[in-house]
Design a protein around this ligand. Structure first.
Ligand code: ADP
Ligand code: MN
Length: 177
């Protein structure tokens, strides 16, 4: 593992969390601060058709994991990426030097997702996902625990603090790896 990441000049970061926890907002700011490349996996799946059709029940594309991993492999090997997705168990473990799990208070998240126009079932699925810390568990099962970090994302101050912490981490990365 040390050898794998040692070949990269810049780190790869995965930012995950329940929809609405602020992944895209955080990644956009972090990419601007660090000049790392922001990869929004949801957009990529839609734009490059990396899916097996639409799931009416879940109201989203059925992501094709193999197509997504093939599409990203070269860039990930090169390093310097911030990957933005509400799932993390199908990416190769060796891709990421840091896995950030954003977490939001349930009532705050409920308001954000209602504003997004989510229907009742999508709303309750996502709130439940947050209550049971599904993404944190998934991250801990899929990556070494010392690479996984949970960060609170309730307010703009939280985002600013998280971005600044991660920017420092990126700047120091070559010293620690
Ligand atoms: P995700 O990419 O995880 O689905 P977004 O970054 O798109 O989440 O954020 C969803 C909405 O919630 C946006 O309108 C964003 O401005 C708002 N938001 C996200 N995180 C925060 C936060 N920590 N504080 C205040 N507003 C936030
Ligand atoms: Mn997003």
């Amino acid at each position: 593992m040390v050898e794998e990441s040692g070949r990269r000049k810049r780190p790869n970061i995965l930012v995950t969390g329940t929809p609405g926890t602020g992944k895209t907002t955080t990644c956009t700011a972090l990419a601007e601060a660090t000049q790392l490349r922001h990869i929004n996996v949801g957009d990529l799946v839609r734009d490059k058709n990396l899916h097996d059709g639409w799931d009416d029940e879940l109201d989203c594309f059925v992501l094709n994991e193999d197509l997504v991993c093939d599409e990203l492999e070269d860039q990930m090997e090169e390093g310097g990426n911030i990957v933005d997705y509400h799932g993390c168990d199908f990416f190769p473990e060796r891709w990421f030097d840091c896995v950030v799990v954003l977490q939001t208070d349930n009532t705050v998240l409920y308001d954000r997702l209602s504003r997004r126009g989510y229907n009742e079932s999508k709303l309750s699925n996502n709130i439940e996902c947050e209550i049971f810390q599904v993404l944190l568990e998934e991250a801990k099962e899929s990556y070494p625990e010392d690479r996984v970090i949970a960060m609170k994302s309730d307010t703009i101050e939280d985002i600013n603090r998280n971005v600044s912490t991660l920017t420092d981490w990126v700047r120091n990365w070559h010293l620690t790896s």
